[in-house]
Design a protein around this ligand. Structure first.
Ligand code: NAP
Length: 264
């Protein structure tokens, strides 16, 4: 059987890299779309900023020219900003959506016509538990991931007749470069009685002690290759339980608990 052609955005680091490596181990041909050229055995890197539509279009066209099709597309490129909404520059909030949400939109928009013409494909959009447990002082990050989940489910119904299946996966705390790359603002921390720094420091400690990206990557690769997928998955027992509790508890209780944990 032909090797499956997989594209992973953000495939040079963390969850994306481990997903790309897991897909190689499962016999796929893998392309990474990211900005830094980090040589990884077996992965073809294409320099691409997902916020740049022309750069995305030319990367997807190159893959089609070389490989003929895209079977699996995993949108993993992303980063986080933190800070109080009141003190966050709008340009930073927009940049958060440009990368996490519109970056995914750009890549899917470029790839879907080729998937539709070939009669199918699998799209996996990487979300976060922050999409359902809305994290204070990471409000724009949480909102960008909630947008991903809404987009994923609506898109799934649009493209289902063409054999394209779309799912979102929620990682929880994972130990990657994401923590170091977070764009933090402590503006207004004095006004907010140190709650901004306390919240973000607590989150960073959870991430540093978090799940291995290898485990997350193996799970994402396995979902990517399934015959059928549900619209949404969480990674690991704890976060699957959290996702269930978020559905069961009324939003007032759920949000109060998140507030105690992250806005105290
Ligand atoms: P990471 O190690 O920092 O990886 C981020 C990846 O995104 C890198 O490959 C980076 O490559 C790429 N990227 C960032 N901006 C880009 C852009 N404009 N264009 C193209 N590529 C870009 O972080 P990670 O933890 O693996 O994060 C991967 C995804 O998982 C993100 O969507 C993140 O929101 C999500 N997630 C992470 C956690 C966690 O605890 N780590 C939890 C929930 C969800 P370049 O810098 O070279 O472009």
């Amino acid at each position: 059987m032909d090797r499956k052609i997989a594209v992973v955005t953000g495939g040079n680091s963390g969850i994306g890299r481990c997903t790309a490596e897991a897909l190689i181990n499962k016999g796929c041909t893998v392309y990474d779309l990211s900005r830094r050229d980090i040589s990884i055995q077996g992965i073809t890197h294409i320099c691409c900023d997902v916020t740049d539509e022309a750069s995305v279009n030319s990367a997807i066209e190159r893959i089609i020219a070389e490989a003929g099709r895209i079977d699996i597309l995993i949108n993993c490129a992303g980063f986080g900003i933190s800070g109080a909404v009141e003190f966050t520059e709008l340009s930073d909030a927009k940049r958060q959506f440009d990368v996490n949400f519109f970056g995914t939109v750009n890549v899917n928009k470029a790839a879907i016509p080729f998937m539709r013409n070939k009669g199918g494909g699998r799209i996996v959009n990487i979300s976060s538990v922050a999409a359902v447990a809305h994290i204070p002082f990471q409000t724009y990050y949480s909102a960008s991931k909630a947008a991903i989940e809404s987009y994923t489910q609506a898109l799934g119904n649009e493209v289902a007749p063409y054999g394209i299946t779309v799912t979102a996966i929620q990682p929880g705390d994972i130990k990657t470069e994401f923590t170091e790359a977070r764009q933090k603002s402590f503006a207004g921390d004095d006004v907010y009685n140190g709650r901004i720094s306390k919240s973000v420091t607590g989150m960073e400690q959870d991430e540093i002690k978090g799940m291995s990206p290898v485990k997350a990557g193996e799970y994402i690769a396995e979902i990517s290759l399934r015959q059928k997928v549900k619209p949404l998955y969480a990674i690991g027992f704890t976060y699957k339980l959290l996702a269930v509790l978020c559905k069961v508890f009324p939003s007032s209780i759920r949000n109060r608990i998140v507030g105690i944990l992250y806005a105290g």
